[in-house]
Design a protein around this ligand. Sequence first.
Ligand code: BEZ
Length: 371
Amino acid sequence: MAELREVQITEEKPLLPGQTPEVAKEAELAARILLDQGQTHSVETPYGSVSFTVYGTPKPKRPAILTYHDVGLNYKSCFQPLFQFADMQEIIQNFVRVHVDAPGMEEGAPVFPLGYQYPSLDQLADMIPCILQYLNFSTIIGIGVGAGAYVLSRYALTHPDTVEGLVLINIDPNAKGWMDWAAHKLTGLTSSISEMILGHLFSQEELSGNSELIQKYRNIIAHAPNLDNIELYWNSYNNRRDLNFVRGGDTTLKCPVMLVVGDQAPHEDAVVECNSKLDPTQTSFLKMADSGGQPQLTQPGKLTEAFKYFLQGMGYMASSCMTRLSRSRTASLTSAASIDGNRSRSRTLSQSSESGTLSSGPPGHTMEVSC
Ligand code: BEZ
């Protein structure tokens, strides 16, 4: 005779006829996400609460795209121009997106009380599992900028099995040395916090050019009602530990990585050095011409194209999902081994004809995108 077991059902809603608690839980989660076309949630973590905004619906067997913004920004001011770029729609419709706001950076965030202990970047990384658990997502492709790129890298080091790929824009994996500290302190004597953060985000050339974009971001940061919170995130960034990437060592990123930096951007040297420390078989390095410090704001088209190839290299985005224009561009890339036929030094994408998916060819390459 089959053994009878006591089953604890904590579900408050009545189950539908023939519905198991597991199916009911999945349905509830699906319904929660289905409603989430840009809905903001927050979860409690051991380091305080964190907000995130979910767009799209989860796709079976696909990772979520999870973004983490830089200091002085929030998910919207950092990523909206990229995610709302027309060509990006074709890509993101295939993925659910989770946009994390660092604590106190979400729109309308109250100012933290005096003496509030802001999480370190390592602790910010430790909050990510709480978000994924809440959403029941098992793997991600991370897109991070500056401090956000550091947070996602730290998360990938501690949870390598949950990260399928990383796009790291302006990453500086090194802790500040004493020379950097001296320079930082000196700058702090003559500059406001907002000017220091602008100097972290944009090149000196861009700042003195004072374009509309710079005026917009100068205004956003200088007049942010949560500027005190921003300063706390800034301090955590400046106190970051060294990520200690060692090529061929244990402390390295195991997933495919696309490193991105604008040429003449403030973090160009750091990203070049980072590239030299990562596994060349897993890392692509994209140096963008004419993009300044924030390529995702100034060159969303180029970044979208590079992201598409990155996903194709990981086996996502079959060519049948792409528009005719994208397919013909890919074909020319594969054959001409160049994005514009002139500027790119090396191309490494190849097409697997049987599966219809695109996979990366000989990895460890540099792309210079100039569309
Ligand atoms: C998204 O579709 O993922 C998105 C939309 C608006 C702002 C940021 C992201």
